[in-house]
Each structure stands twice: as C-alpha cells, then as structure tokens.
Design a protein around this ligand. Structure first.
Ligand SMILES: N[C@@H](CCC(=O)N[C@@H](CS)C(=O)NCC(=O)O)C(=O)O
Length: 248
C-alpha cells in the first residue's frame, strides 16, 4: 500500500483506486458527509496480494473500509462494496429503506448490480481492452450481456424515478458508476435509453456526486501513472495469466 495520508480519529480509511466499485463507496461517503481518507491500492504492483491487505480482505480486492468507530465502538473492517454500502447506510440511517418491503425492493437491485452489472461490464471491458487475439467470442458474450442489463435498467427506470422507487438509495449509488464510466466503452448509447439517461443525469447533477467526479480526475490520473509503471509480470498476476494461470 502506498501514499497513505495521515488523518485524525474518526476518519474512515478507504483502501481503493479509481474504479467503479470504489466510486460507489465514495459517493455514499460524500452523500452522508462521513470523513474519509483514501489509502491508494496499486493493483498493478500487487498491493492487494500483500499479507497486510489480505488481513483486511482475504479476497485481495478493493474497496475495503476500516471504520474507527464500528458497531461496538471499536475499529471495524468491511470488504465487498455492496456490504460496505449497506454497512455505511445503516450507520447513518439514510439511503436504505427502513420498512421490510421497501428494503428488499432496494436490496434486489443492489444484488443485481453486485452479481450481474459489475461482473458483466467488468468482463466486457477486460476483453475489449486487454483480451488477446481470439477473444471475439468472450467479448461478444459479455458485451451482449452488458447491453441486455442496460435494457433491464431502462425498463425499471421507465416506471420509477430511482431503481427502488421514489427514493434515491444505495442501489442507485452502486449502479451509477458502471453506467457513468462504462456505457461508452461498451457501446451503450444512452440516447436510445431515455430513462437510464434521465436517471444518470439526475445523479450526476447531485452536488456530492459532482464532487466525486472532480476527485476522480486526479485519482484516475494517479492510477494511469501506476499502470504505466507496471511490469508485464504485474499485469500477468492481476489478470491471472501467464505463469499465474491455473488451467489443466
Ligand atoms: N465484488 C467486489 C469486486 C471488487 C473488485 O473487483 N475490485 C477490483 C478493483 S474494481 C480489484 O481490486 N482488482 C484487483 C484484482 O482483481 O486483483 C466488490 O464489489 O467489492
């Protein structure tokens, strides 16, 4: 882990980088006014595989948060961006419905983002940017699924202002970064999806989200620099290929 910046007592530590799974957490931190500091993870240098990081997240992925003021008043670590969103929303008592029906209506869209939108958009982007020759089948499969999922969002958002109904929630915060950052590379034309476009523009216009985008310009630039310094072994390890591939 690199470039940690010291911060005072109640500041939440966020281990992350300029990725959609991290952006969703930053949106909630900003919306809720929770102070945090970014501890950058250089995934091209393999920070996520260090013993120190695996003690926080055995799955070696960002984001992770450490809340100095956890449920029992002691420091509390949470990994998996969906779990982090639920944890922080419950902590502040906002952006998560209280009643059971509304809560599950929201959680189903949060789960859809975690289980489908993130992985499918992520794989489509991987094969587009980094797939070796012969990746046409994989690229077509994941791009088709990403576009199908955008259609699912369009239908939902043609019936309500937000994914879970009238109220902006962590389901919207989870899904927004994938649309904002990845619709263009995946060839998803928001002009053909008017409800998704309206929703995306409404979220982008929120002051907290606009502030996150201003942070992102610098964070993305820093990650470009890290990526530019990466070795071919670093890429092989990140992508599980070459000597890191586990195939029979
Ligand atoms: N399901 C996880 C996915 C996290 C994830 O894939 N994080 C990426 C950055 S967006 C990462 O840490 N990649 C490093 C690696 O795969 O080694 C979550 O939502 O938190």
């Amino acid at each position: 882990m690199t470039n940690a910046v010291a911060g005072p007592g109640k500041v939440i530590d966020l281990y992350g980088l300029s990725s959609p799974n991290v952006m969703k957490v930053v949106i909630l931190l900003e919306e809720a006014g929770l102070p945090f500091r970014l501890l950058p993870i250089d995934i091209w240098a393999g920070d996520q595989f260090s013993d120190d990081f695996k003690a926080l997240n055995p799955n070696s992925k960002a984001p992770v948060i450490v809340d100095p003021d956890g449920p029992d008043g002691a420091p509390f670590t949470v990994f998996e961006s969906g779990a982090i969103l639920v944890y922080l929303a419950e902590k502040v008592g906002r952006f998560i419905p209280a009643g059971p029906a509304a809560r599950y209506a929201m959680l189903q869209w949060l789960m859809l983002q975690m289980a489908s939108i993130g992985p499918m958009y992520g794989q489509a982007t991987h094969f587009r940017r980094s797939g070796p020759p012969g990746s046409e089948y994989s690229l077509a499969r994941y791009t088709t699924e990403a576009r199908r999922l955008a259609d699912v969002l369009e239908v939902c958002l043609s019936q309500a202002a937000y994914l879970a109904g009238d109220d902006y929630s962590i389901a919207d915060m989870a899904t927004y970064p994938w649309i904002a950052l990845y619709h263009e590379p995946n060839g998803i034309d928001l002009n053909t999806l008017p409800s998704l476009k309206r929703w995306s523009e409404a979220i982008a216009a929120r002051p907290a989200v606009a502030h996150v985008h201003s942070l992102w310009a610098e964070w993305a630039q820093n990650d470009q620099t890290r990526r530019g310094k990466a070795s071919s072994d670093g890429f092989d390890r990140l992508f599980g290929r070459g000597k890191y591939a586990r195939v029979d």
